[in-house]
Design a protein around this ligand. Structure first.
Ligand code: GLU
Length: 294
């Protein structure tokens, strides 16, 4: 295996895989396998209240039916709380994070940018959210598909939550720790997470972790502009449509898969994808309308 490339797919079991997740999974899989790299699977089960019963199993079964083969054991974020807690404690003790007791109501009208009310308040950590202090700086990176992306953390995000008030750890912290722990060199995922990347770059810098390369694929949206997503209750991927849907996903990624692959077995489609993968063909767009892909 080419150990200089390790990719991953990291689904959240708050719903089933849908066509948009298939496009993201396929892109990360092909980008890794085309260079003989590793491809790991991580279940982002950080939020039990939002988990749909049976979704974890359904996700694994769908990936298998669609021909995806991952390396090593599946990792689960639900088993990593001790690590997240240790890092949170360290950031608190270094004064890099602080307890916040602001209610949702108090934060209304700030357009999602935390106004810093609790920054110097020295609240107790119990029953409080924990926020990380962000610098008044621009964070930027060059996405392999979307190009230059900038975000001023102070002005556009503000101090952000790494542990929620209910004690659950936030995606931003867990993803950064786990990508580093699993040795991920290349993150390939949906463009809905472009906006999260500067926060993750900042955490990597703060914690002395390596920075992976990033590639964000277009998000698949419905005709009414809604993203295909778990909250929208998109239909799960049908087991008997693996061939046609993999073909459609390849084309959504700009890969000119021949129509006669339509009736091929999933593995055959994936093998074609690996042999012909060209990431420079992925549309440089944040969204793609599902209807245009049929
Ligand atoms: N768990 C996230 C999701 O399902 C993806 C996280 C990531 O790829 O960084 O949307």
């Amino acid at each position: 295996m080419n150990s200089s490339y390790v990719g991953r797919f990291a689904p959240t079991p708050s719903g089933y895989l849908h066509f948009g997740s298939l496009v993201a999974a396929l892109a990360s899989y092909l980008d890794a396998r085309a260079v003989g790299g590793g491809w790991l699977l991580r279940m982002e089960d950080l939020d039990p209240p939002r988990e749909v019963p049976g979704a974890q199993d359904a996700i694994l079964r769908t990936l298998e039916t669609y021909g995806f083969e991952w390396d090593g054991e599946l990792e689960r974020q639900s088993e990593r709380h001790a690590q997240y807690a240790a890092v949170t404690e360290r950031l608190l003790s270094q004064g890099l994070a602080y307890a916040c007791v602001c209610s949702r109501k108090q934060l209304e009208g700030y357009a999602g940018v935390y106004p810093g009310f609790c920054r110097n308040a020295c609240h107790a950590e119990q029953n409080a959210a924990i926020r990380i202090r962000v610098p008044e700086l621009d964070y930027h990176f060059t996405d392999r598909v979307q190009g230059e992306f900038h975000q001023h953390l102070g002005r556009e995000v503000g101090d952000f939550v790494i542990r929620r008030r209910d004690g659950l750890f936030a995606y931003q912290l867990a993803v950064v720790l786990d990508d580093a722990w699993q040795g991920i060199t290349n993150v390939v995922r949906g463009a809905d997470l472009l906006d999260s990347t500067p926060r993750q770059l900042y955490l990597q810098e703060l914690l002395g972790l390596p920075q992976p390369r990033y590639l964000h694929v277009p998000l698949i949206i419905q005709p009414d502009g809604h993203k295909l997503g778990k909250s929208y209750r998109s239909p799960p991927l049908p087991a008997d449509q693996a061939g046609p849907l993999l073909l459609r996903a390849l084309r959504a990624l700009g890969q000119p898969a021949p129509a006669d692959l339509r009736d091929a077995a999933p593995r055959q489609l994936l093998e074609w994808g690996i042999a012909h993968w060209d990431a420079t063909r992925i549309p440089r767009s944040r969204t793609l309308a599902e209807a245009q892909l049929r």
